[in-house]
Structures are given as C-alpha cells and as structure tokens.
Design a protein around this ligand. Structure first.
Ligand code: ZN
Ligand code: ZN
Length: 240
C-alpha cells in the first residue's frame, strides 16, 4: 500500500473516474457502485459453450470449447469500452478481469488453465491507441489467477478493415488476418481474452490457430458479450 500522502497526490494529479459514467471514484475502485451493479451479467445468463445469451452453438462451428463473459454489452459497459479505447480509462479491464478470474476460480466447467492470451491487435493500431485493450484484460486476468500471459504466440499480419464496419458474413472472412507463430502448445489449456464477444468469429479463428499448434482446449473470456433487446450499442464501438 502506498503512503497516504502519495495516494492523495496521485488522486489530485490523476483523478480516478468510473469508466461507465465518468464520475469521480476512490483510488481503489475500478467502477462506481451503481455502474458495477448495472454492468454485471448473471453468470448463468450466457451459454457456457458459446458465451452468448441466445445460444449460437447449433448455428455455428466454434473452435473454442467454453466461454464466459463478465458484462452485457449495453449502456454503461458500452460507455466503459469506449473510454477504454478512446480516453485511456482502463478501469474496465481491471473490473472485468476480477469478475472473469472469480468465475474461473469457481467454475467447475472450465477446468485447469495453463496460460492466458489476448486476441492480438495489429501493431500499427496498437501504436495508435497506446495499448491493445484485449491484452490489458488478459494481463489482469493472468495476474489475478497467477498464470503466465503469453503475447508472443498469436499476431495480426494485416490491419484489415475494422470488424465493426463489416456484416456478420464479412466478419467471418475478415478474421484471416489473425496468424500464429510456430510455437508448440501441446496439451495446453488456454484462456483467450477479448473485450467484446459478438459473433464469436474472432475467438473461433484464434482458437482454431491455437489448436493447430496443439492446444488441448481454448476457453474464450470476454469483458462483455453482445445481448439482444438492449438499448442499441453505438455501432462504431462493436468488436467481433
Ligand atoms: Zn459509474
Ligand atoms: Zn451456446
């Protein structure tokens, strides 16, 4: 714990704000109490195989084995993801990582995990933003679970068009830009992290690559999963 004077100084210089509503919050908090409650998605609300509220398992061949999500992609969570992408407020990563880690600790369905990986971002985009938000989530989950976070395995070789500009069919093809280094992953059980789970195409493509390298299982963990019948999230912010 930092000395009190240092914390007060930090608060003064960099006031901590809730990523959901932008209200000032204490230095030890990641979100305000109201947003924290509103953003949370019931653990049982999503299918544990595909990670969606409206199960897509029968409609789609998914390469990942299990999925979980901390929040519904709506309202405050949409605002929080926008702030994570545009305003350098990364509190949402810390908040959702804690929830995901807690669920993984108690989820008998998920089994043992050997390492955590983020869905990669193209280096040029990462330079522009300063970070890959999926990596922030992955690192925070890995730290919570005392697991290694590996960012040297998956990569993106083309900037490509942003997934949110594409239709669902185009998204499925657009995932070709994800690639994997020739690193053996024999028998590894991998937790793959991303900010938003929409159609599952991105997670599925990355999981397929991991399995090509010998991974035994891939568990997809998303900070938020898109949900039906909620106030429509800003289209420009949706991911894959
Ligand atoms: Zn708030
Ligand atoms: Zn399902």
């Amino acid at each position: 714990m930092e000395p009190k004077w240092k914390r007060s100084l930090l608060e003064l210089l960099w006031p901590n704000r809730c990523p959901g509503c932008n209200a000032l919050i204490g230095p030890d908090r990641a979100v305000c109490e109201t947003c924290g409650e509103k953003m949370l998605l019931e653990h049982d609300a999503v299918c544990r195989r595909c990670g969606k509220v409206n199960c897509i398992c029968s409609k789609k061949q998914l390469s990942y084995d299990r999925a979980l999500a901390a929040c519904a992609y709506a309202d405050e969570a949409v605002a929080a993801i926008i702030r994570m992408k545009q305003s350098q407020n990364t509190n949402f990563a810390a908040f959702t990582a804690r929830i995901l880690a807690e669920r993984l600790r108690h989820g008998i369905d998920f089994g043992e995990i050997d390492c955590v990986m983020p869905v990669p971002m193209h280096p040029s985009r990462e330079r522009l933003r300063g970070y890959n938000q999926a990596a922030l989530i992955a690192r925070a989950v890995a730290a919570e679970l005392s697991l290694p976070c590996r960012e040297d395995v998956l990569y993106k070789d083309k900037v490509g068009r942003a997934q949110h500009e594409l239709t669902a069919a185009e998204r499925a093809n657009n995932v070709d830009s994800f690639q994997i280094h020739d690193i053996p992953l024999d028998g590894q059980r991998i937790l793959l992290c991303d900010d938003v789970l929409t159609t599952g195409s991105t997670m599925s493509r990355c999981a397929a690559l991991l399995k090509q390298q010998g991974a035994a299982a891939v568990i997809a963990a998303a900070a938020a999963t898109t949900v039906p019948h909620k106030s429509s999230p800003s289209k420009t912010m949706s991911s894959t």
